[in-house]
Every structure is written in C-alpha cells, then in structure tokens.
Write a protein that binds this ligand. Structure first.
Ligand code: HAM
Length: 420
C-alpha cells in the first residue's frame, strides 16, 4: 500500500523546526498577555453564516476559500477561515461586554483554513496568533495593538518588517468615497468580473494585482482625501501615538484588506523577503461587525499575525531563535541494576524541573552515548555495577568531556547546581 501524504496545501510541523513555531507563538503572545489580554479559545468550526455575514458575502474568503459543509444532522458549518468573527461571537454569547470592563481584551492562537491556491507562504491550513479589543473607540487602543504587534516582531529579532497604515473611514464618509470611486472605476477599461466587483465591492478593485489594471488606477481617488473630520482626527491621533512609541509606519491610502468588516484604522505588516505572500500580519478596527452578527454596537479593533509566515521571515533574515535544548541530562545505564537506578534518577530530576531523558531500548553503550550527544544534553549520567556498588553514578559533561562520581542521593542537587 502506498504511504499516505499530508493533504495538498498543508504541511506537518515536526522537531526540530516545530520548536521555532512554538517560540514564535510564545513571542507574539507574551506582549499581549502583559497588556491585559485574556486567552480565548473557540471551536474550529462555526455556523457558515457567521462568516458570510461577518467577513463579507463578496470577499474571496467567503465565496472561494471557505471549507463549508453540511453535517449529517443538516447543520451548515464551515471550518474557520479567520478568528475575529468567532471571538466576537463568543464574547457576545457569554455577555462579556456586559459583565466585565470594556474593552474586553482577548487573545488567541490556533489553526485556520482557507481553500487557497497553495504556494510558498500560502497554505490551506495555517496558524495565527490574534488579539481583539472589543467595545471601545479610542485611538490609544488602536495604537496599543499596533505597538504590541511591532514589539513582538522586534523581540523575535526581525528587522525587515514594515508597517502599512491606512484609514478606511466610517459609515459617514466611506459611502461617499465609495460612490466617487465607483464613478472613476466605471470609466476604465476592465473585464466583466472586475466590472461586477465595482458594483459590489469597489475598494477591492484597488487591490487588483494585474499590471493592466494597476496602470489605469494611477489617478484613482484616495480614501485619505475623503475622510470626514472625525475619522481624520482619529487617524491623526493613532499616527501620533505610534510615532511617540517609536513605531515606524508608511501611510498607504491604497491598503485594502481582504475582509469586509474594517472601518477606520487598517494596517498590515509586510516583509520583503517573502515573495508575493508578503503579509506577515494584519488587522484593523471593525466598529460595525458586532451589529452585522446580531449584537449591539461595540466598536472594536484587533489583529492576527501569521505564525507560518513569521517563521519564513525569520528564515529569510537568517535569524535563529535561541532555543533551549530539549534535554539537559541524558541517562546511559550499563546493565539491568543501573537501568532501574538511573530510571529512578531521571524521574526525580524531572520532578525537580530538570529536562532529562533516558537511553531506552536496551542499546549498547556506544549507541546510547551517540543518542546522548545527539539529544543536545549538557550532561550524561552513566552508571555500571562498580559505580552502584560504591553508591555513585558518573556525571559526564558532554561539552568538556570531564567526568566524575556523584553520590546517588546527591544527583538532583548536583545536576541543578552544575546547570545553573
Ligand atoms: P488576514 O489578513 O486575513 O486577517 O490574516 C492575518 C494573517 O494570517 C496574514 O497576514 C497572514 O500572515 C496569515 N495568513 C492568512 N492567510 C494565510 C494562508 N493561506 N497561509 C498562510 N498564512 C496566512 C485576518 O484573519 C483578520 N481576522 C485579522 C484581524 C483580527 N482583524 C481584526 N482583528
């Protein structure tokens, strides 16, 4: 029988690379935890309508990329293509906006699914770490989130991440701009599909990557010239707060995101070492989303950073994260009695918080020492019959080769001292 393979557009995370993934998730989560965001976890699937209404009927994510299915019981579900709609749904369902302080600040980490054409950096199953601040309209909150994201990239040692910033206006000024843009677009030489898009979602046309389209868009009206006074002032404050915090950004009045719920602040973090899939993270304000999914008015803002692409960015910059070894101590028994004694010692070390492993499978000393070296452990614990008769084991420093006896009842304290 042929061996099964992972489905198209997916890949497995395996040691040793998986350690870098965990470290990236951790590095993104650490700043948001320090800023008062609580952990939220929602199901991997939701009612399909949550996404079609939330993310938007006319987006690629909903029309082309959703893993939607009917269950045996007749429910219409979809694997989650993103996290924001689910997190807001969960917060509303639990009444967090009524029982706790506003904004409700939540962070999450998990798998997301989009039926996209797979290529480098674009997968059908991918990982995000996200943060959402629900129920407050305050430019400092937008700035907080952007600063936290920028800080996590910085803490990872990435230097090539650029921040693109835009405001998409609100329910006052956006419709006016939309009409002006539609007028302009209708006068261009475009194919039928794009003409349809002008009527449904004209802002998305600005995002068309084709050279023939981009050339015609050179003189397109920009949202930055059509913001109402309130949106302009709000955006200016966000920009000032970012500048004060030392977070650099590029104003990008053409920045349109692939989800329909955005209002006002929108942003994307891009990395130039990644080819066409350059967005390592993105987000923005979504003041109308709660009402779109049946909730009260709850202005909110958030982001999601792509873990897979952040790992690719680290690789592109040649940054190796300082990862602790999986094992500090590796035990190599010589004979049956030593096996029991060292197994007990390994358990005691682990209970004392020391990462320890053991040469399983009854291999010979030579093989066992090879495993010890390969494990990355700093020390090997060796014991033979003569050692045990003397009530000791041998502690060998695998970096220097030095070796010396340690009394059985002093293994844990000695190892901890030597590791410190
Ligand atoms: P998004 O821009 O669709 O936003 O996704 C955020 C990040 O997830 C992207 O910048 C990218 O790094 C990663 N990503 C998306 N699709 C893929 C894929 N097919 N393969 C690999 N990585 C991918 C959202 O999902 C919004 N929910 C963000 C947000 C939160 N807005 C407000 N709050």
């Amino acid at each position: 029988m042929t061996l099964f393979q992972a489905p198209k557009g997916t890949y497995d995370l395996l040691p040793p690379d998986s350690a870098t993934f965990l470290a990236v998730r951790e590095a993104i989560a650490a700043p948001v935890r320090r800023a008062g965001y609580g952990y939220v976890e929602t199901p991997g699937f939701e009612n399909v309508e949550l996404f079609s209404r939330g993310v938007g009927e006319s987006t690629d994510i909903v029309t082309k990329e959703m893993y939607a299915f009917t269950t045996r019981g007749g429910d219409e579900l979809a694997l989650r293509p993103e996290g924001t709609a689910s997190v807001l749904r969960a917060a509303l369902e639990a009444n967090l906006h009524k029982t706790g302080n506003l904004p409700v600040k939540l962070w999450y980490s998990g798998s997301y699914y989009r039926y996209e054409r797979p290529q480098a950096g674009r997968y059908r199953h991918f990982s995000q770490v996200g943060a959402e601040a629900i129920g407050a309209e305050d430019p400092a909150l937008d700035a907080e989130l952007i600063i936290l994201a920028a800080d996590s990239y910085r803490s990872l040692g990435l230097s090539g991440v650029r921040l693109l910033l835009n405001s998409l206006g609100d329910k006052e000024c956006r419709p006016v701009y939309r009409a002006v843009l539609q007028d302009f677009l209708r006068g261009l030489d475009l194919d039928d599909d794009t003409r349809k898009r002008i009527e449904i979602n004209p802002l998305r046309v600005l995002d068309d990557k084709r050279e023939s389209v981009q050339r015609q868009l050179a003189g397109a009206p920009l949202i930055s010239d059509h913001l109402c006074e309130a949106c302009r002032a709000y955006h200016e404050q966000v920009r000032e707060l970012l500048t004060e915090a030392g977070v650099g950004f590029e104003d990008d009045p053409r920045l349109v995101r692939g989800l329909d719920y955005y209002t006002r602040s929108t942003f994307e973090f891009v990395h130039d070492g990644l080819g066409s899939q350059s967005a390592v993270g993105g987000g923005g304000r979504y003041d109308g989303l709660s009402e779109m999914i049946g909730g009260p008015s709850l202005p909110s803002v958030g982001w999601a950073l792509g873990v897979d692409r952040t790992v690719l960015a680290l690789r592109a910059e040649g940054v190796a994260l300082p990862l602790p070894p999986a094992t500090d101590v590796y035990a190599v028994p010589l004979g049956e009695q030593a096996r029991r004694t060292l197994f007990t010692a390994v358990t005691a070390l682990r209970r004392a918080g020391v990462a320890a492993d053991f040469a399983y499978g009854g291999k010979g000393v030579k093989n066992a020492m090879k495993s010890a070296n390969r494990s990355g452990a700093r020390f090997a614990l060796l014991a033979g019959e003569r050692d045990l008769a003397e009530g000791v084991v041998q502690l060998k420093d695998l970096q220097t080769g030095e070796q010396g006896p340690v009394a059985l009842d002093e293994i844990v304290t000695t190892v901890k001292e030597r590791l410190a």
